[in-house]
Design a binder for this molecule. Structure first.
Ligand SMILES: Cc1cc2nc3c(=O)[nH]c(=O)nc-3n(C[C@H](O)[C@H](O)[C@H](O)COP(=O)(O)OP(=O)(O)OC[C@H]3O[C@@H](n4cnc5c(N)ncnc54)[C@H](O)[C@@H]3O)c2cc1C
Length: 375
């Protein structure tokens, strides 16, 4: 395990100031409903505006609209999540689908997808989980059968966040019986004939969670991502992009800020010591995420470090929600006119899912222990 202390450079601090100012102008308080981190609202116009500033797809190759570093991306994302910005439309494409295509795609795929992603005009969903394949992802059964010019896909994906608004689903399908060697990633146009997207109502009443049925959907050869049979390795690399970022501990940031600023003056000493502890832990997670981003920029693959951050940070987020709920003094109302009260009510309902999405804590602990034993 290797997490080295690091700070932002002067140029990175300038970027931070610039992003912060832009967000303050573009999203004045009251102009939007703050969200819980990556589950922020879906606002295609906001994503386009952000893309036009060059702040989506930052780590993609320069010729496709990127050219920045993982640290630059961390800075932008941190500022967005601090206010609960409406990042829902571009989130998945920016965080993982774009980088996956950049790493494994053909020139044609890069030219087709990456500029659209960087411009905030193309949305992606993650098609990994199935009814009997969650933690055990190698159990994927949805099958792609080769035909003339492409593949016919049949099966069901579940818990596919945002599939109802996504333009594409980057999905893992079985192309042979070999458990891991028989998996392949496909870039599937969500509007293809034979796809049915059925939203599943989440515990807070939102309907971003979906079941996606593929009924003999034709996917052309040109939309196989990487090599046939390489899906497991590509998928594993993609998952590490999901895990080490600031999004794993910043879901609660707008709530923490409101809690701190509204209660500090009159609060008892116990409140101040809890807030102090939370602030210190936030800073520790920030330092870890920054260190992971520096490792990525140095060409390293921080799989264990990312898993470790997610395991610890998502438990921390849940503890923050419990603390704020205890201090709130009554049950917060999901339908309150105060956007922060309704956000706290939502956080209480959905925070149990934070240690499940992106890989459960038990699975992350398995990854960490196996990898450390191997090293
Ligand atoms: C909010 C949210 C959003 C999601 N979005 C997406 C998405 O966009 N796309 C997508 O593909 N999926 C998505 N998922 C699915 C998510 O990846 C899975 O829920 C997760 O991987 C767990 O799989 P499962 O639900 O099938 O649980 P299971 O795999 O059935 O696990 C059940 C329990 O058993 C434990 N367990 C299982 N195997 C082991 C083991 N080997 N050792 C120890 N314990 C074990 C687990 O930790 C868990 O506690 C989302 C889930 C949530 C909650």
């Amino acid at each position: 395990m290797q997490l080295e202390a690091t700070e932002l450079t002067a140029a990175e601090r300038r970027l931070k100031d610039e992003v912060r100012q832009w967000i303050a102008d573009r999203l004045p308080p009251g102009s939007f409903q703050p969200g819980l981190g990556m589950a922020g609202d879906v606002d295609p116009q906001f994503s386009r505006d952000l893309g036009s500033r060059g702040w989506i797809g930052i780590t993609l190759p320069r010729e496709y609209g990127g050219g920045g570093s993982a640290v630059d991306r961390l800075i932008v994302v941190e500022e967005l999540l601090a206010v609960g910005a409406p990042v829902g439309f571009h989130w998945v494409a920016d965080r993982q689908s774009g980088p996956n295509i950049a790493a494994n795609g053909t020139d044609e795929q890069k030219e087709f997808f990456l500029p659209e992603i960087a411009a905030g005009r193309m949305s992606f969903a993650i098609g990994m989980s199935e009814p009997d394949a969650g933690s055990d992802l190698a159990a994927v059964r949805s099958k792609a059968t080769q035909i003339d010019g492409g593949w016919l896909v049949a099966g069901t994906k579940i818990w596919t966040t945002g599939a109802h608004h996504a333009d594409y689903i980057l999905a893992l399908f079985r192309t042979s019986d070999d458990r891991r060697g028989g998996l392949t990633q496909f870039l599937v146009d969500r509007r293809s004939e034979g796809i049915t997207v059925s939203p599943i109502t989440f515990i807070d009443g939102t309907r971003d969670f979906c079941e996606v049925n593929f009924d003999q959907v034709f996917v052309p050869d040109s939309r196989v991502l990487g090599h046939v049979g390489q899906g497991w390795a590509q998928n594993t690399a993609e998952l590490s992009l999901e895990r080490g970022g600031v999004d794993r501990w910043m879901s609660v940031m707008p709530l923490l800020e409101r809690w701190a600023t509204q209660q500090w003056g009159s609060a008892p000493a116990s409140f101040r010591s809890e807030l102090g502890l939370i602030t210190a832990r936030c800073w520790a997670f920030r330092s870890m995420s920054l260190s992971v981003a520096r490792m990525v920029d140095a060409g390293k693959s921080p799989v264990v470090e990312a898993a470790l951050i997610k395991e610890m940070a998502t438990r921390f987020e849940q503890e923050c929600v419990e603390t704020m709920a205890r201090h709130f003094g009554r049950e917060p109302d999901l339908w309150s006119d105060d956007p922060y009260e309704s956000l706290l009510a939502r956080a209480i309902l959905v925070s149990p899912s934070w240690t499940i999405r992106g890989g459960t804590n038990e699975i992350l602990r398995n990854i960490i222990s196996k990898e450390l034993t191997r090293r």
